[in-house]
Design a binder for this molecule. Sequence first.
Ligand code: GLC
Ligand code: CA
Length: 576
Amino acid sequence: MFRSRRVRQRWMATASAVLLAGAAPAVAATPPAMPSNPAVDQLDWWKHAVVYEVYPRSFADSNNDGIGDIAGIDRHMDYIQALGIDAVWMTPMFPSPQADFGYDVADYNGVDPQFGTVADVDHLIADGKTRGVKLILDFVVNHTSDTHPWFVQSRSSRTNPYRDFYIWRDAKADGSPPNNWTSIFGGSAWTADAKTGQSYYHYFYPQQPDLNWRNPKVEQAMFDAAAWWLKRGVYGYRLDAVDAMFERPDLKDNPITSGTDAFGMPNQSRPNNDNQPEVHTELQKLRREVIDRYPGRVLIGETWTDNAADLVRYYGPKNDELQLPMFLNLMTLKTLTAPDLRARIQAVESNPVGGWPCFALSNHDNRRVAGRLPLPPGASTDDMAKLTGALLLTLRGTPILYYGEELGMVNNDPTRVEDVQDVIGKKGWPLEKGRDGERSPMHWDASVNAGFNGGAKPWLPVGPDYATRNVAVQMDDPHSVLSLYRTLIAARRTNPALSGDYVQVAPNDPQVLAFQRSGGGRKVLVLLNFDDKPAEIALSGVSAAKIDHVIASNRALPSTDGVHLDPLGVFVAEIE
Ligand code: GLC
Ligand code: CA
């Protein structure tokens, strides 16, 4: 589409005028209708997809009870389609006491009434089908709710057939917990249960007892639970907390490291209950025995690893484990610099099994990216959102956007402990303020509660900038963050270069991350200035004269022998 018109000369004139006027950051054009994705029916559709994470509690509240719901998501399918989303990953909406807002599942094959019904999910699947939007659910594999019938049985007696569905041990002779493991949500990872006089293990809250995956009955029950939704037309799962699925059988103490955690416990490393080798064999089995029986289904992993080398193991030795283990490292960095990013991307790119990369910059557990990183003088939150969005959408791999990221939404953090909803924030205040900030309601428009609902108090307060930062405003503005996202997503669908190879350009530049994507005989140049100072990038062989079409640009100005980028500048162009 872009290619058909040879507009180089004209582009040089207009773009330079716009950019030199110094005024509005320029996006090449607002895309008209979103082109359809040619890979929608391919088995490897997920390689060509943009995935959108929806936190149902916060997206849209259709019945005005303050809590977002599935019908609310369905109402906004026009928007999701217009954004160019290929798959929605909906975080848990299963029946749950909501101790961890749904990550404490009481029934894997149902829907919590506050979110809707199974019929609502069926409807979402069907509606998505007509629009080329697939539904992916969250599979909480490590633990259930303490109200799940399996655990209710398990804790009822030492001889109950479900006893061994969870991990029970005697306390030590002095009454202290079976070992020194701490919960990452604070305190010991063991809770003593008076009824049977033993303690159960929980990596997260006491309301989230860990399943015992060494028990074949657990494995079978969980595989059945996964298949249940696949049969209904769900396209796969994001697997929650996979690294915590197994523990060393001897439950050896973890080494204590320096300092204390936000909850006052001595820090520890977790070689004995994180990333055990059995995790990989089990995930390979899940892939083989469940996922691969349903064509085109995908597993995305919440794979927290220290580096890309560890991440590679999640692809499996023969690419037979997770198709998309998420590279989550970029989510917790306090700064992004070109050299550091380049090295990290290279490490993911060069994984020996040829696994397909999967990147995300924000989610419901981590601060929103547009407000997380320091802003250089003169640059705005929008500029940051455009830079990080351009990174995510031009890298080789599958990007996962977090709802509102496409608007440059920032955290809306609680300022008083009495307002906190997330229990880790209540327990860890003020060192750990919890995750409410990144879960505030989606900004739809400038009406009451940002259009989240009809006016009832939302479960979390709406961000203060909603009147100016919302879908309605940004849809109509060709220079908005949303327009840049849509432009780049449209380009991913129409320009094969953006699903092709990744090659570094200017690999030693200290300021600008520069790379070229190429495929289908076409090339796209990407220049991203992560520095707080302007940068001139001279590019032999890719001078402005070779620029065929500017796809997206912000705070950037091409010249005859290169491109000038202000801090946070973005330049994405098709080149000859
Ligand atoms: C994952 C989820 C997080 C949840 C935890 C326990 O990290 O993303 O929200 O609290 O697992 O299930
Ligand atoms: Ca509701």
